[in-house]
Design a protein around this ligand. Structure first.
Ligand SMILES: Cc1ncc(COP(=O)(O)O)c(C=O)c1O
Length: 364
């Protein structure tokens, strides 16, 4: 089976884990501090605060920004459900926005959904591609809204010469094992240039502590641990080579699949660097997508759908609100199919996937 995704594991990562075991320092210890500093340097941001996972990074970033119950926050409908959970756990109401042709938040639709209760925007750099910051940042500025970038799928993606996560008021990262930079469990980070925001996230993640015996806030236990940090640091040392490999695979897919009638390939937005967390194809309709997935499965190739259905149509949301009409996101949910994409994927595997996809369309 060619998997959709696979974690890169090196001997150095295994040795680093054993060193932490021997050190006896497990929670928010020296490895976590070093990982935070190295990540901040990599992204070109003042602070990176490690937390338990990407969902809590979104929640704590929004709480530290000062979201209050009933505030409305613009979110794309087409994203992983945890984006929405992070917003809702912070107390805000998600206002779902349709997607543009790159699969990210559509700035025109976002503008149309701003009300007097809107306080912020959460663009998601989906599939490793950069959201339309050229238009979303001025929109937010005009309406006095903050921007919190969901970079969980996009570590290393660039808007011009700046890394995502360093551009908005804050950013959120995830190190879940399918992500571009993984640990061997769960993990995440809040990134920001705002000293006060970083200090609040540090307190919130650790029971509201200002020091060992002083609890200034009623916080949470959403801390990070040193075993995962030790892995994350070794992954961070490799992230640029991972990104290069993902981009090479994407070019190989594009060369092998271009010209297939009825197939739309993922595209990189101009003046950005996409890091290809996923490689989602678009086909003409749901039946073709499902038949292609079945064909690839029979050929030993795993695929995924990111995401069916978009979040405004999820049961947990439908029981809380009437869903808006978001035609682009709904069409995408019915016609997307992600092909295998991870740095360890070999050229022969990529060629096998290309041949299987072409074989399917040749018989259509
Ligand atoms: C876009 C996006 N946001 C948020 C998350 C949440 O990350 P985590 O699984 O680490 O909580 C994920 C990953 O599932 C994601 O892909």
């Amino acid at each position: 089976m060619i998997p959709l995704s696979r974690v890169t594991v090196t001997d150095e990562m295994k040795r680093a884990i054993l060193a932490v075991v021997d050190s006896g320092r497990f929670i928010l210890g020296p490895e976590t501090k070093a990982f935070e500093l190295e990540m901040a340097a990599y992204l070109g941001v003042k602070h990176a605060v490690a937390v338990s996972q990407g969902t809590s990074a979104i929640q704590l970033a929004l709480m530290a920004i000062g979201v209050r119950p009933g505030d409305e926050v613009l979110v794309p409908a087409m994203t992983a459900f945890p984006t929405i959970e992070g917003v809702m756990h912070a107390g805000a109401i998600p206002v779902f926005v349709d997607q543009d042709r790159y699969g990210c938040m559509d700035p025109d639709d976002a503008a149309a959904r701003i009300t007097s209760r809107t306080v912020g925007v959460v663009p998601v750099h989906l599939y490793g591609g950069v959201a339309d910051l050229d238009r979303l940042l001025p929109l937010a500025e005009r309406h006095g809204l903050w921007v919190m970038e969901d970079c969980c799928q996009a570590i290393g993606a660039m808007w011009g010469d700046r890394k995502v996560g360093s551009i908005g008021r804050a950013g959120a990262l995830s190190f879940y094992p399918s992500k571009n930079l993984t640990v061997f469990g769960d993990g995440g980070m809040v990134t920001t240039n705002d000293d006060a925001l970083a200090a609040t996230v540090r307190k919130l993640r650790d029971h509201g502590r200002a020091d060992k015996y002083t609890h200034e806030l009623v916080g949470f236990n959403l801390r990070f641990n040193d075993i995962q940090a030790a892995v994350g640091r070794r992954q961070l040392a490799l992230i640029e080579s991972f990104t290069e490999r993902r981009r090479t695979i994407a070019r190989r897919y594009a060369a092998g699949l271009s010209g297939v009638a009825g197939l739309t390939l993922p595209a990189e937005r101009p003046n950005t660097r996409m890091v290809f967390h996923l490689y989602p194809l678009r086909v003409s309709d749901r039946a073709t997508r499902d038949a292609l997935a079945a064909h690839l499965k029979a050929a030993g190739i795993e695929t995924g759908i990111h995401y069916p259905p978009p979040n405004h149509r999820q049961p947990a949301i439908l029981e809380r609100m009437l869903p808006p009409e978001l035609p682009s996101s709904e069409a995408a949910g019915a016609t997307l199919l992600s092909l295998p994409m991870f740095p360890g994927l070999g050229d022969t595997d990529v060629d096998e996937v290309i041949a299987a996809v072409r074989g399917f369309f040749a018989q259509c």
